[in-house]
Design a protein. Structure first.
Length: 391
């Protein structure tokens, strides 16, 4: 699909404007006829599909040609859908994928089965015992490599789990320090990845979006590992520090939710660009750029507060959060107006609302995580609660 668009753009540079206008005119929708007896376009298209498919199947059958009635009908429907410009960027990739899936299901699997069986039969026929022995050795080598790969993955998993099973005495103080390092690292990754994801979506940079998605998957794996090992961490805590454990659990839970929010922003963005759907409109780009700037500034401020233990600034953070939430509400209203004026397509709208919704969740979970970290700090330092602003 991407290569087709590239070729189309290059060819379009040499096509005369008169030809472009003529082709465009062929795809213009007719003015709706107020006459109730006017034929429906959907009925006309359905009739064309039925008649053409039946004619082709009947003709091929009369010549004793093998054919798939499903495939013939499918391709006729694909051709008929061109007349109302249904092959737009929002659906073309799925139509083309369907065509290749059908064709590949027949020819590719048949070719692979034929080729592999031919090679194996010829090898055994020409080499006899030595060919059979070579095939057995190849099979054993494949099994060996699979076993090595499995052991490597197991060692990596064990190495990660040992982080939570070391012999270091775990107390409230060093647990807080470990949590502080983890939270700061996650917020730093989220801030940079959020900005990179939105910028890459605006530029429709598939390669960069794929890299962002890989970073988010890695972040998800880390937060999942942290959450899965919460019981081991709590088990190693002394009874006197068990109160601090609950704040650690809360912080890890919110980190996990933040990672999920980033997944639901990054993955749909990558799939949207990968499937060559229509990009963001100019007003959407201006809105999302402003929102991204506010969110990144907010995340960096939260990271600074946590790193420096300046929890007296938490009221200012909440004020920033409310400003951004109000901005998201205004952007949603603008998008609804664009929907009403038929300025955006379905895929564009779904992606835009998904980004706005998950950005809102990201802000909420970040503030909750900040509160948990504040309480963790207060418990760890044994500071009176009235020294901190109550929320």
């Amino acid at each position: 699909m991407r290569y087709s668009r590239g070729i189309s753009n290059q060819v379009s540079r040499f096509v005369p404007q008169a030809v472009k206008r003529m082709v465009k005119k062929r795809f213009e929708l007719p003015v709706k006829d107020q006459n109730k007896n006017a034929p429906s376009f959907d009925l006309i298209r359905a009739s064309v599909i039925l008649v053409v498919s039946s004619a082709l199947i009947a003709m091929a059958t009369s010549y004793k040609l093998p054919l798939s009635t499903t495939y013939v009908t499918f391709m006729v429907a694909m051709g008929a859908s061109l007349s109302d410009k249904s092959w737009g960027r929002e659906s073309a990739v799925y139509r083309i994928t369907g065509v290749f899936s059908v064709i590949g299901g027949w020819f590719l699997t048949a070719f692979l089965a034929f080729s592999v069986s031919f090679i194996l039969a010829m090898a055994i026929s020409l080499t006899h015992f030595w060919g059979i022995l070579a095939l057995i050795l190849i099979s054993l080598y494949i099994l060996y490599r699979t076993q090595i790969a499995h052991k490597k993955r197991s060692k990596e998993a064990d190495a990660e789990e040992k982080e939570f099973e070391d012999t270091e005495a775990l107390e409230g103080q060093n647990l807080y320090e470990k949590c502080l390092i983890t939270v700061s690292a996650v917020l730093k990754t989220v801030s940079s990845t959020y900005q990179s994801t939105i910028n890459s979506l605006i530029k429709e940079d598939r390669k960069k979006l794929h890299q962002c998605l890989d970073d988010i998957i890695e972040l998800n794996n880390k937060t999942k590992l942290l959450k899965n090992n919460v019981s081991n961490v709590i088990y190693r805590l002394p009874i006197a520090d068990i109160e601090a454990g609950q704040y650690y659990v809360q912080a890890i839970d919110y980190l996990r939710e933040i990672a999920h929010c980033m997944t639901f922003i990054s993955k749909p963005s990558f799939e949207h660009v990968s499937n060559n759907h229509k990009g963001l409109l100019k007003p959407q780009i201006e809105e999302i750029k402003k929102l991204t700037s506010l969110v990144v500034e907010f995340l960096n401020f939260v990271q600074f507060v946590i790193k420096e233990n300046k929890y007296t600034d938490i009221d200012e953070i909440i004020s920033q959060q409310q400003i951004i939430l109000a901005e998201i509400a205004d952007i949603k209203k603008n998008q609804m107006k664009r929907i009403k004026n038929t300025e955006t397509g379905t895929r564009n709208t779904l992606l835009y609302f998904e980004i706005l919704a998950e950005t809102k969740n990201l802000l909420l979970f970040t503030v909750n995580m900040l509160k948990a970290q504040r309480d963790f700090f207060r418990e760890n330092k044994n500071i009176a609660k009235n020294e901190f602003p109550r929320l």
